[in-house]
Design a protein around this ligand. Structure first.
Ligand code: G6Q
Length: 542
């Protein structure tokens, strides 16, 4: 099928939505949040229920958002993406020009996957992972003293860190109690030092994850950790594992105990369900739990093919997000999970969303004259309530919120205190926040007035299991991808991170110059990098 690739402002629905946005639904009007409205604006998909009556929407807005989804062919584009169409491109510009196939890394349960070649490769890597994990479990693979490995350090940054780390924390309750994972991402040497401090390196595997095999932070940290092994009299080759792109500079199996692969059609921030997350999650949670994550993600990918926005949670959330951002003019989005296990999830979604949709050029290479991705931030509840909720209730900036909650806890260690369990206290707080933000409360004292009309929605599931986590991960990935399709931007490149990297390399040349020659001064005296370096006092350190 042909995709029209229409720019956002060339479609007809934005015009209608702009008109509707002049008088959005008033959540503070008496009786606005009726039980009828609450049940009408509820969507169930797989393990998740989305409660969205607390958004400033009505039937007319939803009908037009459906129109926007249809007009932009959001679902059709998603299906084409899964089948291997080249989506990572900007017409008329030098761009990555690649397929986008993170969905193939979990499309391994159907006889006929959407893109058989990529799914075949994913299956082959999974098989190799299964053998590796079996060898560890059966003690065929031990350290040089015949002892089992108890720990793993994952070295990686950005997409090779955030998603895997978020899932490790999310599912720690399902972890093999004899195994721990530690993460090093920052090139700050203190990050590595903190992790190395209390570890028995002889019982530790080091999983170096870099798709490109060229990332400064990861290569530097790998070298630091290798040196620690050598200093401890240990041979790194018996401990180090690589996860990298085929043919990358890190693709050197002789250097590693095992090498696993991911492919250029899987973007870093979408790579959690590939070997980038798989090796570490398989080590920590076991192979079967990793398969559960994949099954959850796959089921969400299948559900996201539904065209009716009221039956497709990622699509509905994408469109309501666009309503809030492009039409109600709300610039940020807070993701507030009421689950301690999701402590790193907002950080992962922040990267996935802001790196994907923080763009100013359409896929046709033209400048955007509308908003693209919002600013994403978040923290777990109830902690946030005692921190920044003051601003989201009474501040001058209206912050839309996506709450995430669960009916049951993970550890099943809870008890009645003063007549209610902690889980009930947690969920009561979540739902109370949703109502307070939406409906507000009037007061003669202006300082005690809650203006309300602050849009939010609630995602609920029974329990944060590996399968539910897989669903939640894919739900957000797909929401982000849908928004990119509607805005007609390329959600799969990240040119905006290049300039800083290049300038940092130039500054490193100055550091090297100063180390070699005390009276070093670059040829270009007016280089702002050199001037700033001196002003920051970094020349005095040498
Ligand atoms: C993600 C980005 C970026 C990337 C890191 C690490 O989509 O491309 O965050 O994941 O820069 O890259 P490597 O995996 O190549 O080291």
């Amino acid at each position: 099928m042909t995709i029209h690739n229409k720019n956002f402002d060339e479609m007809s629905s934005p015009e209608v939505l702009r008109k509707l946005a002049t008088s959005p639904f008033d959540l503070t009007a008496p009786g606005s949040l009726t039980s009828q409205r609450i049940s009408q604006y509820t969507c169930q998909q797989n393990s998740f229920t989305l409660l969205y009556s607390t958004q400033r929407i009505n039937e007319a807005v939803l009908a037009e958002l459906q129109q926007l989804a249809d007009e932009s062919q959001a679902v059709e584009q998603f299906i084409m993406m899964k089948k291997g169409a080249v989506m990572n491109r900007v017409a008329g510009c030098d761009s990555e020009n690649r397929q986008v196939l993170h969905t193939a890394s979990r499309d391994i349960f159907n006889e006929l996957p959407a893109e058989p070649e990529a799914s075949g490769k994913a299956r082959a890597e999974l098989d190799r992972l299964r053998h590796f994990l079996n060898d560890l479990r059966n003690r065929r693979l031990t350290n040089q003293q015949g002892k089992i490995f108890t720990d793993m350090i994952q070295i990686g940054i950005g997409g090779s860190d955030l998603g895997p780390r978020a899932l490790y924390h999310a599912l720690a309750a399902f972890r093999n109690p004899e195994r721990n994972v530690h993460f090093v991402a920052n090139v700050d040497p203190d990050d590595t030092a903190t992790v190395l401090r209390n570890l028995d390196l002889s019982r530790t595997l080091v999983n170096v994850v870099s798709k490109s095999g060229t990332t400064l932070e990861t290569l530097t940290n790998e070298e630091l950790v290798r040196r620690a092994y050598v200093q401890a009299g240990l041979e790194p080759r018996h401990h180090f594992i690589a996860v990298t792109g085929k043919g990358s500079p890190m693709d050197n199996p002789d250097k590693y105990l095992r090498s696993f692969y991911m492919y250029d059609y899987i973007g870093g921030r979408y790579s959690t369900t590939s070997m980038v997350g798989g090796v570490m999650l398989g080590f920590a949670l076991g192979h079967d739990n990793f398969i559960e994550i994949l099954k959850g993600a796959n089921s969400m990918d299948i559900g996201a093919e539904e065209k009716d926005i009221r039956k497709n949670i990622p699509l509905l959330m994408a469109l309501i997000g666009i309503w809030n951002h492009n039409f109600l003019g709300l610039e940020t989005l807070a993701i507030l999970p009421y689950s301690q296990a999701l402590i790193r999830f907002p950080a992962h979604i922040q990267q996935c969303d802001m790196e994907s949709n923080g763009k100013s050029v359409s896929r046709l290479g033209t400048p955007l004259n509308h908003q693209s991705g919002p600013i994403i931030w978040g923290e777990v509840g109830t902690n946030g309530q005692h921190a920044f909720y003051q601003l989201i209730h009474q501040g001058t900036t209206v912050v839309p919120v996506e709450f995430i909650g669960f009916r049951q806890n993970q550890y099943e260690q809870d008890m009645d205190i003063k007549g209610t369990t902690s889980q009930e206290k947690l969920v009561a707080n979540l739902l109370a926040q949703s109502i307070a933000l939406a409906c507000g409360r009037d007061n003669n004292n202006p300082n005690r007035r809650f203006p309300g009309n602050r849009p939010n929605m609630v995602l609920m599931a029974d329990r944060l299991t590996p399968r539910a986590m897989g669903e939640l991960l894919a739900l957000y990935e797909t929401k982000i991808v849908f928004q990119g399709f509607v805005w007609n931007i390329n959600s799969f490149d990240q040119e905006g991170v290049q300039l800083g990297k290049q300038l940092a390399n130039k500054l490193l040349d100055h550091f090297q110059g100063m180390r070699q020659d005390k009276s070093y001064c670059p040829a270009d005296h007016d280089d702002p990098g050199w001037a700033l370096l001196k002003a920051a006092g970094m020349n005095r350190k040498m």
